[in-house]
Write a protein that binds this ligand. Structure first.
Ligand code: SF4
Length: 437
């Protein structure tokens, strides 16, 4: 984000020449060849928003600014000219070490500039594992070259790289090393690009991003060090399953109950997600065969009854199904709108397993998120309701069931009882009463 004094520009710069780092997808960018003409045009466009208050310009792209295949030399010179013209005091750009030489830096000699380098981790074995394509020694040489050419070094370190047994120990060593060679350091909570090789480690549940608490604890010791900055940007992520790995999740079976795609989303809902602030009452609802759920008959009928209630905005609708708990805001996302769980395929064993897995997911969600009131609208015999009831009981939560089964003590209707007029009337009546309390 740019402050008034600092402007950040993201330049379209095509494929990274290295393009092999396992967490990065910039080596797969196709269909754009940077030329002096198009890069200069973009730079001119950016500088239109530079004004008298702008002191620093930061240029980011998809690779190395000093790589002339990504940023032609004439464009590099054009940037320096623009900085001079607009009286820019500080310039920052990124580069891999192999492009950092006396020759490539000479255009910047009259400018206060910083080169940001993604060292990631100060250990050659891990650098090899993550396919970084350079060594600690090559990084060190590049930082000497920058300093000898009056530039500054900003080093990026990954707080949670894969293949590292003890991330605290690894980070301690990396920061210690980087501080010797850098003017500033950024500690990054890694989250891989969806097109990157490493996404498979995440989808196979062999690696996880750190949540805010973990990240804060691990980086706590540098909190007061002015040279070290934590980067929280990645906390805004949501799990993204790469297009090519999306598949149909159909059938009632164990695989479709504990599929890794569901697990990473449940982990997201528990550790990263924050329910909308205004929604202080949770309303658990069943899933539906038709997706997204709100297009199904059951949900349309329920929504028709509750949408006009004056407290509607306070209700956080959360569905329970074989993927786990699914807040309404996510119902159209993959995989929640792309699975089927045909109930007629369920065996007694599978029902038991469904109830246990679902209970645990609900417990984890409710431990992470507190509401003022907890309500639900389910058939009493449904496994989702049994799992929810058990989870609430275990956590000491008062669960209000809005489905009034006494209405049907004589005979349950043949059709979906949840959309029966009497059941819906009773649901709304009870809901209004509970929300008044
Ligand atoms: S992390 Fe940097 S060096 Fe590695 S592939 Fe991505 S852009 Fe290239």
């Amino acid at each position: 984000m740019s402050s008034e004094k600092s402007k950040t520009f993201i330049l379209k710069s095509g494929k990274c020449s290295w393009g092999n780092c396992i967490y990065c997808g910039y080596g797969k960018i196709e269909g754009f060849t940077p030329t002096t003409e198009n890069v200069n045009r973009d730079l001119d466009g950016f500088f239109k928003i530079v004004d008298d208050t702008t002191e620093t310009v930061k240029i980011f792209g998809s690779g190395s600014f000093l790589d002339e295949k990504q940023f032609p030399i004439d464009s590099q010179k054009h940037l320096v000219d623009l900085c001079k013209k607009h009286d820019i005091k500080k310039l920052l750009f990124e580069s891999r070490p192999e492009f950092i030489t006396d020759e490539t830096l000479k255009n910047f000699k009259d400018q206060d500039y910083t080169v940001a380098i993604g060292l990631e981790v100060a250990d050659n074995k891990t650098l090899k594992d993550i396919k970084k394509g350079f060594t600690v020694e090559q990084f060190e040489k590049a930082t000497d070259t920058i300093h000898n050419n009056n530039g500054k070094v900003r080093t990026y370190l990954l707080v949670n790289p894969p293949y590292v047994k003890d991330i605290q120990d690894s980070l301690d060593k990396s920061v210690k090393f980087a501080l010797k060679h850098s003017d500033s350091i950024v500690l990054i909570n890694l989250y891989p690009h969806s097109s990157a090789e490493m996404i498979n480690l995440y989808l196979d549940l062999k690696w996880k991003p750190l949540d805010r608490k973990q990240f804060t604890e691990i980086t706590a010791k540098w909190k007061t060090n002015k040279k070290v900055e934590p980067d929280f940007e990645t906390f805004t992520f949501t799990p993204r399953i790469p297009e090519k790995l999306k598949c149909e999740l159909k059938g009632a079976n164990e695989k479709n109950l504990t599929h890794p795609y569901y697990e990473i989303w449940q982990d997201y809902f528990q550790r990263f997600y924050t329910p909308p602030k205004v929604k202080d009452t949770i309303l658990f609802l069943p899933c539906a065969f038709r997706k997204p759920y709100s297009q199904s008959k059951t949900h349309r009928e329920i929504l028709k009854r509750i949408q006009n209630l004056h407290f509607y905005a306070r209700l956080h609708q959360v569905m329970i199904s074989n993927p786990g708990v699914i807040p309404r805001e996510f119902e159209s996302k993959y995989p929640f709108a792309h699975y089927d769980w045909p109930e007629w395929q369920e065996t007694a064993d599978l029902k038991k397993q469904y109830t246990e897995v679902t209970q645990k997911r609900i417990e984890d969600y409710l431990k992470a998120h507190r509401y003022k009131k907890y309500m639900c609208y389910f058939k009493h015999e449904s496994e989702s309701y049994i799992a929810l009831k058990n989870a609430c009981k275990k956590l000491g939560i008062d669960l209000i069931q809005l489905f009034d089964k006494t209405l049907y003590e004589d005979k349950m209707p043949e059709t979906n009882v949840l959309v029966e007029r009497r059941a819906l009337d009773a649901m709304v009546h009870r809901l209004k009463k509970e929300m008044k309390k």
